[in-house]
Design a protein around this ligand. Sequence first.
Ligand code: HEC
Ligand code: HEC
Length: 461
Amino acid sequence: MNDETKQKINKRYERELDKGERFWPDTIFKDLITSLAIFLVLILLATFIGIPAEPKADPSDTSYIPRPEWYFLFLFKFLALYGQLPLIGKIEWIATVLIPGIAIGVLTLLPFIEKNPNRYYSKRILPISIMTVMVTGIVLLTLMSEVPTVSEDGSTLLGTLQTTVGIFIPLTAYILFAVFKSNTRLMLWTTSLAAVSMILISGTVLALAPEKKTEETEVATTLVDQIFAGQDLYSVYCTECHGDDGSVAVIQGVEGLEGEEITPINSRDVLYTITDSAMTEVIAYGRPNAGMTPFGKTYGGELTRSEIDYIVVFMRYMWDDRFEVPAEALKPLFPPLAQGEVPSYDVHIQPIVKRYCVSCHRAGKENNNYLMTSYEEILTTGDNVDKNIIAGDEGSYFLQVIQEHAIMNPEAPDEELIGVMPPNRALKSNIVEVFFRWIMSGMPKTAEEAGALSTTPTPTP
Ligand code: HEC
Ligand code: HEC
């Protein structure tokens, strides 16, 4: 900087001082006000909007793919692309240490390399060019961070395009900058071409990218939601052996455990002696020697840590007399039927079946191939599909077995073809009544269909 410019700058500074605005306290005061405002906005956002809760961390869940915070995504993508390069792709420290190190080094040293006193853009082409290519790269890599580097079908097209944007074009641009050092024009051309081609190729990548599969993980945050989530999980996974209310003392209808005596898990014997963490462990690990398979993902089961926690919450609040159930958690399973009202699958049958039958009547269970997880399955599956559900017929096997009349095998009259259902306990009479009216009225699916049938009172069994 020569003396003339120094003087000019000093003069300007004096003039600003004369206007009466000082760094201390004027500017600092403005800064404080601004930061206070930002702070308040953050508090408001955190209070009223917040971020969605994720399921509880489960260190044993190997299917979880960790992702960095958004401001590191570009680096994450860069590493993935670098790993695809031939030969040097295997030498990780180049990408993790050397290149970021050089980049930060160059940015730090840039003011010392470029000692141009001018602040005018056209006089500062080199730093601006370097920054333009770098920032464009960072933004584009962040945008593309969700696009897989290696496609599931093994195609390398997307990966190659991304590597072009993230590595080849910037590298070429930097080499050209070094070559054109003193030629402003060529430097400008290089920068614009690099930036535009990077943007166009990234656009293509984003357009071609396979649609992201969003995996819905339900997170129950309130106690009532957790109880309901636990209830649903319990119905599917546990009812089979322990009954819908945990009171089963002799297992029935479960292959291999027929007649097995167990302690009812809704009893004080179990609830008072097993702590929450021990309970979680029992469910995760099962009781393999006694015939209860592991449920935790850690041990090869199907349930996550949060799901097991919900089951424990459900068991505590519903069965443990030391806990008080919140009133909202006690809503009835289905709306009670009025005189002459016909129940529908959607409103009545589905929740009942889910609570009392699906635990055994789903794929992979011993159940005469009778699946009950959807309306269609209930009507069209089962070894005795033609006799199970016959609209308007009281003799339908379904209606017989839920009323504790086992169906005998016509070929071997003292052998049961179908035992009573559910095998471990009788259904309450109001539930039997719902099934009875539903089948006698022709199994309507929706509430509207049922409503149309609901004019005349139906006879009760
Ligand atoms: C295939 C049958 C089966 C299924 C399904 C099953 N259990 Fe069990 N469970 C058992 C058996 C058998 C025992 C051992 C009972 C005993 O020793 O008294 C047991 C024991 C338990 C115990 C410990 C009882 C004690 O006395 O220590 C708990 C708690 C329990 N089960 C909860 C569950 C929960 C919750 C589920 C659903 C996620 C479930 N079980 C699913 C068969 C099963
Ligand atoms: C503990 C397991 C279990 C539960 C819970 C259960 N079932 Fe079953 N179900 C079976 C098994 C096992 C069979 C095969 C026949 C047998 O062993 O009696 C079966 C067979 C049936 C059949 C005959 C299917 C055919 O085509 O042969 C019907 C109908 C049936 N169940 C209805 C129900 C209904 C309705 C519920 C709920 C209210 C229910 N089941 C709950 C285990 C269960």
